[in-house]
Ligand binder design. Structure first.
Ligand code: DGL
Length: 252
């Protein structure tokens, strides 16, 4: 495939980003690499995540990528600086949508769900400091949710029990930031857990707009979308279903 944007995640989570990217920029050719063989990234060290991300980006560039979208908050947090220093093409990453959540939620607490890595490393900490309102933010690592989504589990008692365990008190929470791309598939489960349509924030639209600003857009017919997965062909098929389901959900 020529003239394409390379998109990657530790596994299946970034498929939601890929789907939004295809919806918002339908003429672009896209190649997605889900690294399910090495998921979850959130339980690895900075060096490990950087090495895995570097290899994926190098391969996508060797194949002719014109830009890279890191559809993973954890990989962005660990590796984006190294990747930008190493490669000269536009590299766009994800970070939890904390700013819009705080701006659009005048009172109460904001719950940020992400991997432990994202919540305890540079980018996120810097953002918390900049926004200057740490008391309003509850940062909760939710590593098991990544594992459930990788297994194709999006609802049910075990997720509910897990949410109860990591969020024992929901009283003051007025909004939730989905700070891991895997969690977008759990939107309905999280709403059901709260028992009311709690506003959920993610960074997809903002990140895709930024990417659009930085690249030369492809003209003409609808672009091609190719999904690959380091684990197995089964994961590719699951990813294709997830993309269709996600598109149905957001366009209905
Ligand atoms: N989807 C990823 C994110 O946005 C990471 C999940 C993981 O591999 O731990 O952070």
């Amino acid at each position: 495939m020529k003239d394409f944007i390379g998109v990657f995640d530790s596994g299946l989570g970034g498929i939601s980003v890929l789907a939004d990217l295809h919806r918002m920029m339908p003429q672009e050719n896209l190649i997605y690499l889900g690294d399910s063989k090495n998921a979850p990234y959130g339980e690895k060290s900075k060096d490990e995540i950087t090495q895995l991300s570097y290899k994926i980006v190098q391969d996508l560039i060797d194949e002719g990528a014109k830009a890279i979208l890191i559809a993973c908050n954890t990989a962005t947090s660990a590796a984006i600086d190294t990747l930008r220093k190493s490669f000269s093409l536009p590299i766009i990453g994800m970070e939890p949508a904390l700013k819009p959540a705080l701006e659009q939620t005048p009172e109460g607490k904001i719950l940020v769900l992400a991997t432990g890595y994202t919540l305890t490393h540079g980018l996120y900490k810097k953002r918390l400091d900049e926004l200057g309102n740490p008391d309003r933010v509850l940062s909760v690592p939710a590593p098991m949710l990544v594992r459930y989504v990788e297994q194709g589990i999006y609802q049910g008692e075990q997720i509910r029990e897990y949410l109860k365990q990591i969020i024992p008190d929901t009283t003051d929470i007025r909004a939730v930031v989905l700070g891991c791309t895997h969690f977008l598939y759990l939107a309905k489960t999280i709403e059901d857990f709260f028992g009311w349509p709690v506003p959920l924030f993610n960074a997809n639209t903002a990140v895709i707009r930024e990417l659009k600003r930085q690249i030369e857009l492809r003209q003409g017919s609808e672009g091609m979308v190719e999904i690959r997965n380091s684990h197995s062909q089964e994961m590719v098929e699951l990813s294709q279903c997830m993309m269709q389901n996600y598109l149905k959900l957001v366009t209905d």
